[in-house]
Design a protein around this ligand. Sequence first.
Ligand code: GUN
Length: 287
Amino acid sequence: MAKIIDGKQISMDVKMQVKAEVEALKKQGVSVCLAVVIVGNDPASRVYVNNKKKACELVCIESREYALPEETTEEELLALVRKLNEDSTVNGILVQLPVPKQIDDHKIIAAIDPRKDVDAFTEGCVGKIMIGEYDFLPCTPAGCMDLIHSTGVPVSGKQAVVIGRSNIVGKPMAMLLLHESATVTICHSRTQNLKEICRGADILVAAVGKAKMVTADMVKPGAVVIDVGMNRDENGKLCGDVDFDAVQEVAGYLTPVPGGVGPMTIATLMRNTVTAAKVQNGLENSK
Ligand code: GUN
C-alpha cells in the first residue's frame, strides 16, 4: 500500500520558511509585492488566483489583483504588463493562463520583465532552467521535486518517466529530474508502448490532463508516483491523471488530488516572489 505524500503539509512548511524570510526582509526595509493579473471569467482560473492571493496573505506578501474583463484587447493587456514592469513597488508579475482567445499568450509572456517573471515562463528563464542556472524555479515542477525529495528516495541514477510535454510542466520537469541525475524519458500522446515505458519508472510524473489515465498496470511496484493532473471524473468529482484507488495498491509513494502538487505550485510561487524582491534589492546575486 503506497504512502500518501502530504502536499498540504509540505507546502505549509515551505510557506512558513518564506514567511520568515519576508519578515526578515521587512526588518531591512524591503517589502515584497506580487501583481496577479486575471483576464475574463474562467472559473478554474478564479479559484487558482484566489488561492494565490490567500497564500500571499499567509506569508505576508502584498498581492495586487488586476481583474480585466473578458473582452480585453491584447494591446490593453500588454500596456498593463509594461506598467507593472516599470513599477518598482511590484517585484513579481503573474498573468494567469489561459487568457481569452483574442490575446496571444506568447506575446504577453514575452513582455514580462524576466526579473519579475515569477512563473519562470519567459524565454530567458526557460533558457536558464535548461542550463541549470536559475533564480526562478518553474513552479509546478519545483513543487513536484520537493514532493519527491520528501520521500527520501534518491533521484540520482533512477529511471524517471514524465508523461506530458507541456512548456509549463512536462519539459521543465524533465530538466529538473535530469539536473539531479535521473535517467529521464518524456512520453506524450504519440508515444508507443506507453505502458511498458511507465512500468520501468522508479519515479513517474503524470502531467497530461486526462482523468485517471495512469492505471495500476502502468506502475512499477514501489514507484514514486506524482500526479499533476486536475480533472473531473464521470461524476464531476475532482481527480488527477492517476487512478488513485488502484495505483495506491502498487506504488510506494503517491500524491493525492487535491492536496498533492497543487499547493506546492503556489508555495514555489511564494518562494520565487521573495527571490525576485531580494534580487531587485541587490540582496542576492542574479545568476
Ligand atoms: N495556469 C495554469 N497553471 C498556471 C501557472 O502555473 N501560472 C499561470 N500564470 N497560469 C497558469
